[in-house]
Design a protein around this ligand. Structure first.
Ligand SMILES: Nc1nc2c(ncn2[C@@H]2O[C@@H]3COP(=O)(O)O[C@H]4[C@@H](O)[C@H](n5cnc6c(=O)[nH]c(N)nc65)O[C@@H]4COP(=O)(O)O[C@H]3[C@H]2O)c(=O)[nH]1
Ligand SMILES: Nc1nc2c(ncn2[C@@H]2O[C@@H]3COP(=O)(O)O[C@H]4[C@@H](O)[C@H](n5cnc6c(=O)[nH]c(N)nc65)O[C@@H]4COP(=O)(O)O[C@H]3[C@H]2O)c(=O)[nH]1
Ligand SMILES: Nc1nc2c(ncn2[C@@H]2O[C@@H]3COP(=O)(O)O[C@H]4[C@@H](O)[C@H](n5cnc6c(=O)[nH]c(N)nc65)O[C@@H]4COP(=O)(O)O[C@H]3[C@H]2O)c(=O)[nH]1
Ligand SMILES: Nc1nc2c(ncn2[C@@H]2O[C@@H]3COP(=O)(O)O[C@H]4[C@@H](O)[C@H](n5cnc6c(=O)[nH]c(N)nc65)O[C@@H]4COP(=O)(O)O[C@H]3[C@H]2O)c(=O)[nH]1
Lengths: 75, 75
């Protein structure tokens, strides 16, 4: 399952400060790729796993969290 | 360094039969992604390493080989 981040929502000033690591991660990947479409960013399954370790949770749990925070792109 | 394959050249009937594994690999990745731009395909550094193992060579050597066979995309 692919995790597609909504970059505009991640960039909002009222973003939960706890989601800063996700926001920084997305930005880093954008730079590495030179991907400036600016609206969505799909990341690797291995990235979700790395992020869930940072959050002390598991991948499924983190996806739910991202969904609740409204930062996953609507399809 | 990114390895960008020229898909049209990889698809040619006069392709060196020894390059069949590369051609099959590219096709598999295209399917996994749903990437049908049809002209170029950039693969991961780890893929080049995996392919070089299959060819019993090293990554730099394989890049030279692909270049000589004309299957790397011109920039
Ligand atoms: N559609 C698609 N294309 C793929 C995929 N994996 C690799 N590629 C293509 O192969 C290029 C080289 O990948 P890399 O050696 O892993 O080198 C990558 C990798 O080290 C890093 N990177 C980019 N995106 C991600 C990501 O989402 N997660 C992680 N962990 N690293 C990434 O930045 C380097 C450059 O990225 P790009 O400029 O995008 O360049 C990428 C991209 O054109 C994939 O799963 N789907
Ligand atoms: N810029 C960007 N767009 C995203 C991203 N995630 C989703 N999208 C958008 O959603 C579609 C599906 O993206 P995908 O799963 O990465 O699946 C993509 C991807 O696997 C591959 N692809 C397309 N363009 C490129 C490219 O420039 N480089 C690489 N490496 N792969 C590409 O072809 C598939 C279909 O692409 P599209 O029809 O263009 O349609 C894409 C694109 O419009 C993202 O992280 N960055
Ligand atoms: N070894 C290898 N496997 C490949 C390659 N391209 C695609 N795959 C496999 O196919 C899955 C879906 O690729 P995608 O539709 O492009 O969907 C990708 C793509 O949208 C994005 N992505 C991941 N890595 C990169 C990257 O390096 N560059 C770019 N531009 N996008 C990436 O994240 C999505 C999910 O990535 P994954 O979970 O890793 O899941 C990837 C990966 O398992 C490749 O060049 N080499
Ligand atoms: N996951 C994902 N990432 C995307 C997508 N569209 C663009 N990107 C990211 O944004 C970078 C710039 O894309 P571009 O301007 O369309 O320009 C691209 C594109 O025109 C072409 N290209 C190179 N490799 C590929 C490939 O494997 N597939 C496709 N469809 N185009 C490629 O060369 C340029 C550089 O490609 P990359 O090094 O891959 O670098 C790509 C890739 O990292 C997408 O739909 N999904």
């Amino acid at each position: 399952a692919k995790v597609m981040l909504d970059l505009r929502r991640l960039a909002r000033s009222d973003l939960d400060p706890e989601l800063q690591p996700v926001s920084r991660f997305a930005h880093t990947i954008q730079l590495q790729r030179g991907d400036f479409n600016g609206s969505v960013l799909t990341i690797r399954g291995e990235d979700l796993r790395a992020l869930s370790v940072i959050y002390g949770t598991d991948p499924d749990e983190l996806v739910i969290r991202l969904e609740d925070e409204g930062v996953l792109a609507e399809l």
